[in-house]
Design a protein around this ligand. Sequence first.
Ligand code: F6P
Length: 328
Amino acid sequence: MKIGVLCSGGDSPGMNACLRAIVRTAVRHGHEVVGFMDGYEGILRENFYIASMGTPRFVMRSVSGISKRGGTILHSSRCPEFATPQGMEKAANILRKLGIDGLIPIGGNGTLTGAHAFREFWKGKIIGCPGTIDNDLCGTDFTIGFKTSVQTAVDAVDKLRDTASSHHRMFIVELMGRHCGYITLYTALAAGCEIACVPEYPLEIPVIAERLRELHEIGKASIIMVVAEGYHDGVVVMQEKLKNAGCPYPIRAVVLGHLLRGGDPCPEDRILATQTGHLAVCGIEAGETDKMAGVIHNMAVLTPLEEAIAGHRVIPDELRQLLDCVSK
Ligand code: F6P
């Protein structure tokens, strides 16, 4: 079989480890693997990854040593053209011309939504891998890159705590995660933050201000409040509003942004990437399609793409309650 692979949307630490597992599994099983550069755009432009031997085909050694590297050697993009019926038709024609039998897109919600729609245009096998820091997909306990991004956020917050304590200040720290508060809540729990503002459990400014006064009264010398991106007005406006609402701490605001997408993947992300990449190839061999490879309770499983991308991944309320309990 001939299998195409690409990384699309926001990159995430572990995409390279996933690619390595796909290439190693597929080549070992006697298949050919072609890498498309820059996500779906690479199909439309027929832009292939050129392996060390100068051919647009991976060999075992083409992926040596890449598991530990952040980013993606295939590069990534968001491709509006692919989201149109004309773009999908064009991509399908190119895949047919190239003789591709199976496609493995590595990416998040947007990437897999595109993959699911593409089944109407192309009859090859499609199995996606969950590459996103956001942890907003169903059908897997965690997404590839999430744990590394939490580690990066915790490292940053630990450093901010040092200066916050020295100056008796409050820091408002904005973290990525699109519409999902997983990164924010996990960071808050791991770094001992006092308050987490996530889209799933919104807190009004007067409520936050009241909590800050309570924390001040019980002697908290510094405060770290983590805020998911897209929450209310953004951290600078929140800073102003909290000041006006009588926040007892001097406030500074920090946006960590794309920092969370960089860095070498942690071991757990590399393992998850390896499990899902391997399963994606095995799934295509078994004739599966329109599915996502994930890991649930340590078991690698395939979930229909429609379910994987559906709705909003729910954050357990127990975790929010846990933060409230331990942060005072
Ligand atoms: O989906 C991954 C992600 O990093 C989100 O957390 C964030 O909202 C978005 O991508 C940022 O996208 P871009 O890199 O295109 O600005």
